[in-house]
Design a protein around this ligand. Structure first.
Ligand code: ADP
Length: 214
């Protein structure tokens, strides 16, 4: 699982892990954005919460993850942005016990507040496939379309400076305690997420290769 502040690079690294190792990834944030775009009851119910930068109730998130794990989790899985609270982490442990599987790694992407602000203020995301890039990336500046699926590149509506403040506060109060939780289970690995995506990915790959049988 990938843990870290907003803008720490969880989504980017999750996508690179899936592409390179073929391990399926799930991201509650991405699922909720998709549900909102589709106008489903779940999307409508949670839109206001995510828009404010608050966390969605644990029960909703845990159900999403449990459903996903039953469908896709039998040959390994990556969580991007889950769990984010201690109750979520505890529920996850009982779900995994029921499904007779376990967690190998909790990768904590450490970033400075400066990095977070710089990345979030310039972030563009594809509305169709979720690919993330930045406004300064010259390759995409001319045509605001996704290089993978031609979908529109847009700013996330929770990437606003005042909303970011709330997301950072939620992270500090509710998610930070998970470092201790996974530290005690001896599966926590901290990585410097301020570096470029390839350097970070090389380090994550080494951790995964140590766990995955060749
Ligand atoms: P980021 O990591 O950049 O904040 P995400 O896409 O992971 O972005 O999450 C976007 C929003 O979705 C969060 O601010 C929160 O409202 C909601 N969300 C995502 N994951 C969770 C979770 N595990 N628990 C509660 N809310 C969540």
């Amino acid at each position: 699982m990938l843990l870290g502040a907003p803008g720490s690079g969880k989504g980017t690294q999750a996508e690179m892990i899936t592409r390179h190792f073929g391990i399926p990834v799930t991201s509650p944030g991405a699922i909720l954005r998709r549900e909102k775009d589709l106008g489903t009851p779940l999307g409508i119910e949670t839109a206001e919460i995510t828009q404010r930068g608050d966390l969605v109730p644990d029960k909703i998130i845990v159900e999403l993850i449990e459903d996903w794990l039953r469908l896709h989790g039998s040959h390994g899985f990556v969580f991007d942005g889950f769990p984010r609270t201690l109750p979520q982490a505890e529920s996850l442990l009982s779900i995994l016990t029921r499904l007779r599987t376990a967690l190998d790694l909790a990768i904590w992407l450490e970033v400075s507040e400066e990095t977070v602000r710089a990345r979030i203020s310039g972030r563009l995301q594809c509305r169709s496939c979720g690919f993330t890039t930045s406004v300064t990336s010259a390759k995409f500046a001319e045509r605001s379309v996704c290089p993978y699926c031609d979908g529109p590149l847009v700013r996330r509506n929770d990437d606003d400076v005042s909303v970011l403040q709330t997301r950072l506060r939620e992270f500090a109060t509710k998610t930070q305690p998970l470092a201790d939780f996974y530290g005690k289970m001896s599966i926590l690995r901290r990585i410097d997420g301020n570096r470029d995506r390839e350097t970070v990915f090389a380090e994550i790959s080494r951790l995964i290769e140590d766990k995955v049988p060749a």
